[in-house]
Design a protein around this ligand. Structure first.
Ligand code: IMP
Length: 423
């Protein structure tokens, strides 16, 4: 039985949480494979709105097992908050949520290092969520990190101390003013670790292998988006993990030949939080309308998201790097009421027109070339089937399918589970 993937194709916030929640009925296991609490997956159902950061979005479904894979970085303090917020739903977390022993731990000093690093960069800052993601992955690849499995060893606090001491020396190395009370942060951390230890730790690659052999259906849930990938994103304005399809193999221990469908999610327009280039960004009333109607504020940091037209050059790149087999278009409803819609189909790159995603997309090198299409006025949010969609929206969808050479199977017309149209 193959493992299907679900990936964001832009700069994150495409609506993966909602779609995993919708798709979970078809899967036995939902597995997160990278990133950490920098993600914010919003789910809406039965009038409830809930944001998850590290816990996979299948947690609300009775029969789904949720796995936090080895590629994820876990902050016990944020994890505890997530667990606390779930308590009111009375879920059997111990039997529904498994954590890889090989997942790395975010220590309080990783968060401080993130803040010190960003402060030292001044105008060149990444716009990090400041959750300690970069420093934790640095310790992972530097072979210094602490893993969930270490918590089962008797000397884990010694390992912790030695790493935290090193981090303190590094924080002092940055010549910036970071105020903190480590004793207080550590008290919270140790308390949260004790709660984490009540959960089920597993060798997740073995668990997933056996589950696959037993015919279980597995969905690997990505966080962030392809343009934030450490290798293929708009480096250095990226996150610190591989958000693209290959990340699911290394982040779960799933072999490449076991990957089945690659489901790619994109918004009908584009958003970005944090710094970094964004060729189709709008600074006018249209961008302001997208932000307001689309409620474009970061689920983790609350920061307003930058908004712009759909960038097909970037989307094609993401479709190819990931090997996307089916697409899902989110937030089509937000574009209702625009007289004309623009789609970027090429870049003017250093004076030459190109259709591929180049090494560098900074504004001084790239200006977007747009195709214009008719908009639609209808409110989509109450529509329930594909035959109700307005003609101009169908034309928009068909144009994208032709350009991307992949079918768009789901059109989302609102945040709720029920506002999902299958094509
Ligand atoms: P970090 O991963 O917190 O270090 O942030 C690096 C960059 O990725 C920043 O521009 C963040 O705004 C962005 N980022 C990280 N996580 C998300 C996400 O879940 N959605 C959108 N952007 C994100």
């Amino acid at each position: 039985m193959a493992v299907d993937l679900l990936l964001g194709l832009q700069w994150g916030d495409e609506g993966k949480g909602k779609i995993v929640d919708v798709l979970t009925e078809n899967y036995d296991i939902i597995a997160r494979f990278q990133g950490g609490p920098n993600a914010g997956h919003t789910l809406e159902f039965d009038g409830i709105k809930h944001v998850l950061h590290t816990i996979p979005s299948g947690i609300f479904h009775k029969n789904a097992v949720n796995v936090v894979g080895n590629g994820v970085v876990i902050d016990p303090v944020i994890f505890k908050k997530e667990l606390d917020a779930l308590k009111k739903f009375k879920l059997d977390v111990k039997s529904k949520l498994f954590i890889s022993r090989k997942a790395h731990l975010i220590l309080p000093t990783h968060r401080l290092l993130d803040a010190a690093s960003e402060a030292s960069k001044g105008k060149a800052k990444i716009g990090s969520t400041l959750k300690g993601i970069g420093p934790t992955y640095m310790d992972k690849t530097g072979r210094n990190g602490m893993r969930v499995g270490d918590l089962e060893l008797s000397d884990w606090k010694e390992k912790y101390r030695s790493l935290a001491n090193k981090h303190e020396a590094m924080i002092n190395f940055y010549d910036v003013d970071i105020q903190y009370d480590l004793a207080e942060l550590e008290a919270d951390f140790f308390k949260a670790v004790e709660e984490l230890k009540t959960l089920t730790f597993i060798d997740s690659e073995e668990y997933l292998y056996q589950a696959q052999k037993a015919g279980k259906k597995i969905l690997a849930e990505g966080a962030q988006g392809s343009l934030l990938d450490i290798d293929f994103g708009t480096y250095p304005f990226v996150t610190s993990s591989n958000t693209t399809a290959a990340g699911a193999c290394t982040g779960l221990g799933v072999a490449p030949n076991q990957i089945g469908e690659v489901k790619g999610i994109f918004k009908a327009y584009t958003t970005r939080v944090g710094s970094g280039p964004f060729p189709t960004e709008l600074f006018d009333e249209d961008g302001e309308t997208m932000g307001r109607v689309g409620n474009e504020f970061g689920a983790t940091t609350g920061r307003p998201r930058r908004c712009g037209w759909l960038d097909l050059v970037a989307l094609k790149y993401a479709v190819r790097v990931n090997g996307v087999t089916e697409l899902m278009m989110m937030k089509g409803d937000v574009l209702s009421g625009f007289e004309k819609l623009k789609v970027c189909t090429a870049y003017n790159y250093k004076g030459e027109q190109i259709e591929h995603f180049p090494y560098n997309i900074e504004a001084e090198n790239v200006t977007p070339v747009y195709s214009e299409m008719d908009g639609w006025k209808e409110d989509l949010t109450k529509m329930t089937s594909a035959d109700q969609l307005p003609k101009a929206l169908n034309a928009y969808i068909e144009f994208l399918e032709k350009e991307l050479e992949v079918p768009i199977k789901i059109v989302s017309v609102g945040p709720d589970r029920t506002q999902t149209i299958l094509r």
